[in-house]
Write a new protein. Structure first.
Ligand SMILES: Nc1ncnc2c1ncn2[C@@H]1O[C@H](COP(=O)(O)OP(=O)(O)OP(=O)(O)O)[C@@H](O)[C@H]1O
Length: 369
């Protein structure tokens, strides 16, 4: 894959220097890290909104230099072909949804796209048709986020920059708006750079995640691998860690929905509580690391509906617990993180390479359509 985004940057801040070297061809890149580590500064610098004294380096996207301080190149935001959705969405509150979307379109600088077709596509993908005549001031938080995303898309961007796209929403609403982001990713296939402190969102959306600490990259990996690292997991698990896996619905009815894990549904079968979906549709599943049990034998007479053979790939001490990484048999999924006590590790003789079963109650698995 050719490098799409290249960043070599030094930006002096209050307490430290944002100091990065990064190049990637990944389509959807996440930026993760504690508050104040430089995530928004990075995004705003890529957008061309943040222009600070002492800033030096190169930002190149798709072969175009957006910033090259040595050559005194620093394109203004409107020449960078970006769609930027800031944390507080900055919609025009007294204008209708339609006018807000058209304002995005008016900002398009070169028309590589058909603005009317894009408008139709965006409103349909984000289910904005019923809202077009409403003024923004009357919308809910989740609706505002969808409009802000729509406005950014209507400008026909080559790169979407999203700053904590769901952070202003409560957890229930966040999980309801996330599927729209997934639809945007899959429908428009525009590269994205997404700042978020939510490992769930980043696992669901991104192919690669950068972890920052005090302005420096401390890790850069596919999300499932990044969040299960010993130095990242405690940060990612502060509110409980969920393994996120895509799946394809195989059957729906009665008291359960059955899916097969994996983007293409080639992984093992799992049962979840009933969800309003049709066979063939995709579901994003969340498996809380603290709700998965490990067994060394296949016991009979358990109420858990999911008993999946797996192989342990690693066991890592993390403070008062251990995390075991277990690769499910069948398919090519990343290993799942399972929280377990040191006593259980010792008494069950758990070690990398050991074959085990993962036990999951259907009701412990969260499904998002
Ligand atoms: N204009 C500025 N001049 C100097 N320092 C700044 C400026 N803006 C922000 N900073 C400092 O840079 C650091 C990074 O801020 P930034 O907003 O990029 O962090 P963040 O990771 O996005 O945080 P959060 O998750 O809380 O939004 C902070 O210590 C902040 O005080």
């Amino acid at each position: 894959m050719d490098t799409q985004l290249e960043i070599r940057l030094k930006v002096p801040l209050d307490q430290f220097v944002l100091d990065l070297e990064y190049a990637s061809a990944q389509p959807v890149i996440g930026v993760f890290g504690p508050s104040g580590c430089g995530k928004t500064t990075l995004l705003e610098t890529v957008a061309g909104i943040r222009r600070m004294a002492g800033m030096a380096g190169v930002i190149r996207f798709g072969g175009t230099d957006w910033l090259d301080s040595a050559r005194k190149v620093n394109l203004p935001p409107q020449q960078r072909d970006i769609g930027y959705v800031p944390q507080d969405h900055l919609l025009f509150p007294h204008l209708s949804v339609e006018k807000n979307l058209l304002a995005g379109q008016a900002r398009a600088i070169r028309s590589r796209h058909d603005p009317e077709a894009t408008f139709r596509d965006v409103t349909e993908t984000l289910h904005l048709e019923p809202l077009l005549g409403r003024t923004v001031a009357t919308l809910s938080g989740g609706e505002c986020q969808r409009v802000a995303l729509g406005r950014a898309l209507c400008s026909g961007p080559r790169l979407l920059l999203l700053d904590e796209p769901l952070a202003s929403l409560d957890i229930t609403l966040r999980r309801r708006v996330l599927p729209f982001l997934l639809k945007v990713r899959d429908r428009f296939r525009i590269p994205m750079l997404i700042v978020s402190h939510d490992p769930f969102e980043l696992q669901a959306l991104c192919s690669e995640v950068i972890a920052l600490r005090r302005g420096r990259i401390i890790a850069c990996e596919p999300p499932a691998r990044l969040f299960t690292r010993e130095d990242i997991y405690p940060m990612a698990a502060s509110q409980g860690f969920e393994n996120v896996l895509p799946s394809v619905v195989t059957a729906h009815g009665g008291h359960k929905t059955s899916v097969r894990l994996g983007e293409d549904g080639s992984g093992p079968e799992v049962n979840v509580l009933p969800v309003e979906v049709e066979p063939g549709e995709r579901l994003m599943l969340g498996f809380p690391a603290s709700d998965i049990l490990i067994a060394t034998a296949r016991f009979e007479g358990l109420s858990a509906r999911n008993i999946l053979p797996a192989v342990l790939t690693d066991i890592r001490p993390l403070g008062d617990r251990h995390i075991a990484l277990a690769r499910l048999e069948g398919g090519s999924l990343e290993p799942l993180a399972v929280e377990i006590t040191p006593d259980a590790v010792r008494e069950l003789g758990l070690r990398p390479g050991k074959s085990v079963y993962l036990l999951m109650k259907s009701s412990a698995i969260r499904a998002y359509s």
